[in-house]
Ligand binder design. Sequence first.
Ligand SMILES: [Zn+2]
Length: 309
Amino acid sequence: MRTRFPVPNLHVFTFHVSLLLCLLVTAALPVAASSSPPADSPPYGPDLRERICAPDPTYNLKEGEILVPVFVYHFVGRETLERNGHSVSRFNVTAADFEAQLALLQALGYHPVTVGEIAAALDGKATLPERPVALTFDDGWREQYDVAFPILQRYGMRATFFISTSFVGYPRFMTWEELAEMRDAGMEIASHGRKHINLADADDPDAWREIARSRETLEEKLGVSAVSFAYPFGGYRRGLPAMLERAGYQIAVGLGSSPVVRPGGRYYLRRIEVRGQDTLTAFLNRLPWRGMGTPLCVPEPRERIREEQ
Ligand SMILES: [Zn+2]
């Protein structure tokens, strides 16, 4: 039976065959401290301050567009993909790096929202908080419960977990009980299809089964009416948005590099991949808002005196 399930490396490799060209710069600066940063010290080294306090990138938003970076993670803290505390896989972010990323988001004043909340905002039914960010996790790997979930809770942050419903309960994957616990903690549990097939290659009846039955299963097992869907392998073709809408989904996510959410793109939100070897600087470079205007970037005392004179 286990051979029916994707071998992690093969799975993620295939997943990213169709992946975007990631144009963002990965600077060669070291990753920040590996332990949980105390609240009274900044969650980064002095080398990052200059970049944190650089001006924000500019985006020329058109009417109805929302600025909200949506990140995607696969494995967090998978020990077999780490050596000497560092990730050896693009698809595995170490627990320490993940925590440093959350600490940075918190220090920069970001407010995590779920993908479902982005749908509500696009419909004008909800207003997103200042500096929204969405953290998403794919496939239902068990480290997401064991490692990522406790760290998210420690930072009071919510996230969206896209689950391939046929994998639930199998070795290496989360169980329904664990998913229920995350649901109760405010996490969004959403659909990643049933068997993780590429819907770009599936005929309509197969695609419909993946889309509709996975939603029914989430309803049946968790009492969740899923509004969000993630395309397995990022696979997309015409006709899928109409099926998703008919099945009851309000939004869907794929892959990309832009933090701009367009109303017309609600059935293919672009998600930015967080890679295992990314430095904290690389993560920072993907954020639309930096530290200007936050307590992190108050002028040095001497600069303040000069300004006041
Ligand atoms: Zn997947």
